[in-house]
Ligand binder design. Structure first.
Ligand SMILES: NC(=O)c1ccc[n+]([C@@H]2O[C@H](COP(=O)([O-])OP(=O)(O)OC[C@H]3O[C@@H](n4cnc5c(N)ncnc54)[C@H](OP(=O)(O)O)[C@@H]3O)[C@@H](O)[C@H]2O)c1
Length: 345
């Protein structure tokens, strides 16, 4: 099973061509044909509801629960009842107006979630009532009870996984899958180091790596209940869990007596955490930055470039989807394979 998972990771490797940084936010096209709204008035449960913002700002100040009108079902449309939708850091940044991708206003919040098809238009080919669907791209506005969406904006997912797994499948686990697959050709026995290892992405990295026979060194911030967190991550399949302070300690050498130095470092934080993590990367290894939780730049010692020739890369799931829009099959395959790897460990 481990070899099969490793094969899936290697097979999924695609050349990664990143576009230059986006300087001005891209404005998405509206996911629904109309978004008429009115202040909430109907009794609970009687009308479709959505968490909507009409201007950018702090979510607590600008997001309101409002009644939404569900438009008439078109021939190529699908009427969906939402089952669950998470709150991701990017959702918050979109509402704040600081994300490189913004929805036209007014907008319903949320980019991820799972819904059940209630009704499908006459020309809908791949979906039927009862199917579970997730957004095919960012900007769907998933924080709502119901919606009518064009079929092409939805992707069918297996309905024999948990609602929570389905609702959180397309962003964090897929990011974890891609950063493990696209930058280094890892084989069983190789190791990966990552910070913010207890994040949604980090936990998926632990599980997918374990399912593929790849060792993980997981860096977390210190906290009073650290042993509990260590236990939880080890139960997911982590090989080592250390604090950011430990990254500088000589005892780090002990870890590399039993596993090789990592060829891949995954950076979700930035700032000091990243610089320290980079010290342990193998020469010619790659560090992939996918998050910036500390809101600090990545600092790299000159010696890391000159004497160890480390490679620094970036990853954005939204861009990956855009670059692979012709490869919907690859995207669907990943969506179907990832839950297996998550449940294996
Ligand atoms: N590039 C992409 O395509 C992509 C895809 C998915 C997610 N992301 C990004 O990845 C990041 C994590 O997302 P997620 O949904 O996995 O988040 P999450 O589950 O909410 O976890 C957030 C993590 O960040 C850590 N953290 C928060 N503030 C920090 C700080 N100042 N210094 C160090 N660590 C800090 C938290 O550690 P504590 O427990 O110690 O607070 C936790 O481990 C976000 O920036 C998100 O936008 C990017």
């Amino acid at each position: 099973m481990q070899q099969a998972a490793a094969r899936v990771l290697r097979g999924a490797r695609t050349p990664q061509v990143l576009s230059p940084p986006v300087r001005t936010p891209q404005v998405l096209s509206p996911p629904v044909r109309t978004l008429p709204v009115r202040a909430r008035s109907a009794p609970a449960g009687s009308a479709p509801l959505g968490l909507l913002y009409e201007r950018h700002g702090e979510p607590a100040a600008v997001v309101q629960l409002k009644d939404l009108e569900v438009p008439k079902l078109g021939d190529c449309d699908v009427h969906v009842k939402m089952l669950a939708a998470p709150i991701n850091p990017a959702d918050i940044n979109m509402i704040q107006g600081t994300y490189p991708l913004l929805s036209p206003l007014p907008a319903v919040g949320g980019n991820e979630g799972v819904g059940e098809v209630l009704e499908a238009g006459r020309r809908v080919t791949a979906l039927k009532p009862g199917d579970w669907v997730i957004p095919a791209d960012a900007g769907l506005g998933t924080w709502r009870t119901q919606g009518v969406f064009p079929e092409k904006m939805l992707l069918k997912v297996p309905s024999d996984i948990s609602v929570l797994c389905a609702a959180t499948l397309s962003v964090n686990p897929c990011t974890a899958f891609r950063v493990l697959a696209d930058f280094e050709s890892l084989v069983p026995g190789d190791s990966v180091i990552q910070n913010a290892a207890n994040s949604g992405v980090g936990q998926a990295v632990i599980q997918i790596a374990r399912a593929s026979g790849i060792k993980t060194i997981n860096v977390v911030r210190d906290r009073p209940d650290l042993p509990k967190l260590v236990e939880r991550l080890m139960a997911l399949g982590a090989d080592h869990v250390i604090t950011e302070e430990m990254l500088r300690k000589p005892e780090m050498k002990d870890i590399f007596k039993s596993i090789p130095r990592p060829r891949l470092a995954l950076n979700c934080v930035g700032g000091k955490s990243t610089t320290e993590m980079l010290r342990h990367l193998q020469p010619k290894g790659t560090m992939v930055t996918y998050g910036g939780m500390a809101k600090q730049p990545v600092m790299v010692p000159v010696s890391a470039f000159i004497f160890r020739d480390v490679r620094l890369r970036g990853f954005w799931m939204t861009q990956w989807r855009k670059d692979h829009v012709q490869g919907m099959a690859l995207w669907s395959l990943m969506i179907c394979e990832t839950p297996t790897m998550l449940s294996m460990s």
